[in-house]
Design a protein around this ligand. Structure first.
Ligand code: OGA
Ligand code: NI
Length: 349
């Protein structure tokens, strides 16, 4: 029974890596977006290159005389974009490099090996897949991924890929380092809202960390498809590592802005939970991923998700859980147009 289920899945599943490796000259039809949703690469329509996105030096947070300056910069960045890049964040470059190497090795494994972890069930703690959900997506995205629960690490790491052999160790070190960094950033964001340093953190203490390791192979027709559709992340914050350019964020005027690749930097994106907890003072950032003809791009999206909300802070939004969100994204065909959080807004607000 299990056996036949697996082979059925395998037949209907083709990863982006498989397509790239087979040298297809064009993307299959299921990847072609309607013209209005295409990324307009190389044309200036709808994208802006003259917007400077914020880069914040996190070492200032540890200097008593300079901390308030960094907190102020964070406040400005969160209000304007819900997004900033961080430098001097304290995660050693070797930890970052080793994690990216381990991820590259995982996606280079033979198909059969990766298929051991395939699942279309969004509640699986470890899940390999392609697009967003290959079994329900109408339009497919040029992306393969492995997602795993990552905190507390000891609870989940045994379920992580055993191949490549270095995966658990290298990605585990990155996961722990990111979890610590997340705490520091959450504290600074609380402070930037004029709240106690521990305010948001107390609410996220029991929370979980999910890491999505994404792989966007070189794509023969990057102008008709995307690596990920426009969306905002659930959770409080996402800490994102990109190996090269490809991420775009939407600014307040609804223009797409390319996020420049900065060597050694990490990206912080506000998720829907911070929008809720700040009662809308900060907005979650809408972002998407473009692909390109030449290089394979890897990213680690570390999503930090508080489990529960304090009812007092959810005044403008209905209550919801992480499970509600998972059910929403797995069953929603309007993922492109709509944010989960908008489905929660109280009609009076
Ligand atoms: C995500 C995401 C961006 C990227 O995984 O939610 O937005 O650059 N990833 O891969
Ligand atoms: Ni995202």
């Amino acid at each position: 029974m299990e056996e036949s289920k697996k082979s059925l899945t395998a037949e209907s599943f083709t990863s982006a890596m498989t397509l790239t490796n087979s040298g297809v000259p064009q993307v299959p039809d299921r990847y072609i977006l309607p013209p209005s949703q295409r990324p307009a690469l190389g044309s200036s329509t709808g994208t802006r290159d003259d917007t400077t996105l914020p880069v914040i030096d996190l070492s200032l947070l540890h200097q008593p005389l300079l901390r308030s300056r960094a907190v102020h910069e964070i406040n400005m960045a969160c209000k304007e974009f819900g997004f900033f890049q961080v430098i001097n964040h304290g995660i050693p470059s070797s930890v970052v490099k080793d994690a990216l190497d381990a991820a590259a090795k995982f996606f280079d494994l033979p198909v059969e090996e990766k298929m051991l972890l395939v699942s279309s069930n969004v509640h699986q703690p470890v899940r390999y897949g392609t697009s967003i959900n290959h079994s329900t997506d109408k339009v497919h995205y040029w992306r393969d991924f492995i997602k795993h629960y990552s905190h507390p690490l000891s609870k989940w790491i045994d379920k992580w890929p055993s191949n490549p052999p270095c995966y658990k160790d290298k990605v585990g070190k990155y996961a722990e380092a990111t979890h610590l960094l997340h705490k520091q950033v959450v504290e600074a964001i609380s402070e930037s809202l004029g709240l106690e340093k521990s305010y948001l953190q107390e609410q996220t203490e029991e929370g979980s960390q999910v890491i999505a390791v994404n792989c966007y192979p070189a794509c023969p027709e990057p102008e008709v498809t995307l690596g990920m559709p426009p969306h905002s992340d659930f959770g409080s914050l996402t800490i994102l590592l990109q190996s090269s350019e490809g991420l775009q964020i939407m600014d307040a005027n609804k223009n797409w802005v390319c996020v420049p690749y900065i060597e050694g930097a990490l990206i912080v994106q506000l998720g829907d939970q911070v929008e809720v907890m700040s009662n809308g003072i900060y907005k979650s950032v809408i972002h998407r991923v473009t692909v390109n003809k030449d290089v394979k791009r890897l990213s680690f999206a570390s999503l930090h998700t508080p489990e529960l909300l304090d009812g007092n802070n959810a005044a403008a939004y209905g209550e919801f859980s992480f499970n509600d969100f998972l059910n929403y994204i797995s069953g929603n065909d309007d993922f492109l147009q709509e944010r989960f959080i908008d489905t929660l807004k109280k009609s009076s607000s």
